[in-house]
Design a protein around this ligand. Structure first.
Ligand code: SF4
Length: 349
C-alpha cells in the first residue's frame, strides 16, 4: 500500500476563551486528540454536527491555524511547526475549497485576476503562461473562456464554486481540504460540483479531506470516514463498514436520520432522537462528552474519558468497546463484536 500523503497524529487545537474567576485562562477545545491518515488518491469524509470542530480541523491541517499539540505529517515530512517561507512549498501542494463561494472570492477582482493571483504569489510562470493556464483552468471546471473578464457577482452560486475550485487547482495541488463545498448550493447544483470534484480527482490523482453535513453525499464520495463530536473523533473507519454497521452510539444516531428514498424502508427505519444537553467545549469535563445524550450511558462514562478502541479494523471512542468490556460481554464462540445489544439491561461497572 502507498505511504499516506497526510498523517495526523493526536492533533489538538485550543482557543483562548477568556478568564475564569480563579484567573486561569479558559480553553475552548475545538479539536482534541484527533488521528487519521489519507492515502494518495483517497477521499476521507468528515461528518458531525455544526460546531463539532470539522472546519477547525481542516484549517489546522492546512496551517491556517497553528496546532496546539500533536503532529501533521505531509508526504512524510513534519509540517506541524513550519512557518513562513518553510511553509510555502507545502501551501502550494495543499489547498482548501471554502464553504461560501459568495464570501471566498474577492468582489473587486475579475475571474482572470483571481485565478492568476496564486501563481503570481508563488512566482510561477511568465505572464503569458499564466494567461494560458487561466484559460485551461476555466475549461477544466466547465466555464467559458470569456468569463475571464467578469466579476464574481455576475455568476450563480454553482459557477462561483467552480471558480473557487479552479483557483484551488491553479498551483497543481496534491491534497485539497473541501470544507463543505456544496452546503451553500442548491441541491441540483450540488451533484454537478461533486461530479466535477470526482472527475478532477480521477484525472489528477488528488486526495481530499471532504467535510460535509450531507451523510448521503459523504457516503458517495468517501473511501473512509471520520465522525466528530465536540472536537473528538468518535468513530473512524472504511465508509462502507461504518455506514452498514455503525458502532458508536453517536454514529448510529446520525445515520438513523439519513433519509432513504424507499418509503417502505423509511417507515421501517427507527430514528434515534438524541435528547439531553450538549457539554460546552470550553474546559469540558474529563468524561465521555456524549454521556448526556447517549442512550447507552453507564456509570463509567461519567467518570472517565473513553479510550480509542480498535475493533474490527475501526477506531471507536466508547466504553462499550474497551477490551475489558468486550471480554465481559463477548460470546466465546463469536470473538468478533458486531452488533451490541441493549447495554442498559445489565451494567457491569
Ligand atoms: Fe455512550 Fe458511554 Fe459510549 Fe459515551 S462511552 S458513547 S456515554 S456508551
Amino acid at each position: 500500500m502507498a505511504a499516506p500523503i497526510l498523517e495526523v497524529a493526536h492533533l489538538c487545537k485550543y482557543f483562548d476563551a477568556g478568564r475564569a474567576v480563579s484567573g486561569e485562562t479558559k480553553k475552548l477545545k475545538a479539536v482534541e486528540d484527533v488521528s487519521f491518515a489519507i492515502s494518495p488518491g483517497e477521499t476521507m469524509g468528515l461528518v458531525g454536527e455544526s460546531g463539532c470542530g470539522k472546519s477547525t480541523l481542516g484549517r489546522t491541517i492546512v496551517r491556517i491555524h497553528d496546532p496546539t499539540a500533536g503532529r501533521i505529517l505531509y508526504k512524510g515530512e513534519d509540517i506541524t511547526r513550519r512557518k513562513n517561507k518553510h511553509l510555502l512549498p507545502v501551501r502550494r501542494s495543499m489547498q482548501m475549497i471554502f464553504q461560501d463561494p459568495y464570501a471566498s472570492l474577492d468582489p473587486r477582482c475579475t475571474v482572470g485576476d483571481i485565478l492568476a493571483e496564486p501563481m503570481a504569489i508563488h512566482r510561477l510562470y511568465t505572464k503569458r503562461e499564466r494567461a494560458s493556464r487561466v484559460q485551461a483552468l476555466l475549461e477544466t471546471v466547465g466555464l467559458k473562456p470569456d468569463h475571464i473578464r467578469r466579476y464574481p457577482h455576475e455568476f450563480s452560486g454553482g459557477q462561483r464554486q467552480r471558480i473557487s475550485i479552479a483557483r484551488t487547482l491553479a498551483l497543481d495541488p496534491e491534497f485539497i481540504v473541501c470544507d463543505e463545498p456544496i452546503s451553500a448550493l442548491d441541491v441540483s447544483i450540488q451533484a454537478q460540483i461533486i461530479n466535477l470534484l470526482e472527475r478532477i480527482q480521477d484525472e489528477r490523482g488528488l486526495s481530499y479531506l471532504f467535510i460535509a453535513h450531507d451523510l448521503g453525499m459523504v457516503r458517495h464520495i468517501s473511501h473512509k470516514i471520520g465522525v466528530m463530536y465536540l472536537g473528538h473523533m468518535m468513530e473512524y473507519g472504511q465508509t462502507a463498514d461504518v455506514y452498514d454497521n455503525p458502532y458508536h452510539p453517536y454514529t448510529k444516531a446520525l445515520l438513523s436520520a439519513v433519509p432513504v428514498p424507499d418509503p417502505k424502508t423509511a417507515r421501517a427505519k427507527q430514528r434515534i432522537v438524541l435528547k439531553g444537553e450538549v457539554f460546552t467545549p470550553i474546559d469540558p469535563p474529563a468524561c465521555c462528552l456524549f454521556a448526556n445524550r447517549c442512550p447507552h450511558v453507564m456509570a463509567r462514562c461519567r467518570r472517565t474519558e473513553p479510550p480509542v478502541c480498535h475493533v474490527a479494523g475501526r477506531r471507536v471512542a466508547c466504553h462499550l468497546y474497551t477490551p475489558d468490556f468486550l471480554a465481559l460481554r463477548r460470546n466465546g464462540e463469536n470473538p468478533i463484536f458486531t452488533d451490541p445489544p441493549d447495554w442498559r439491561a445489565d451494567i457491569p461497572v
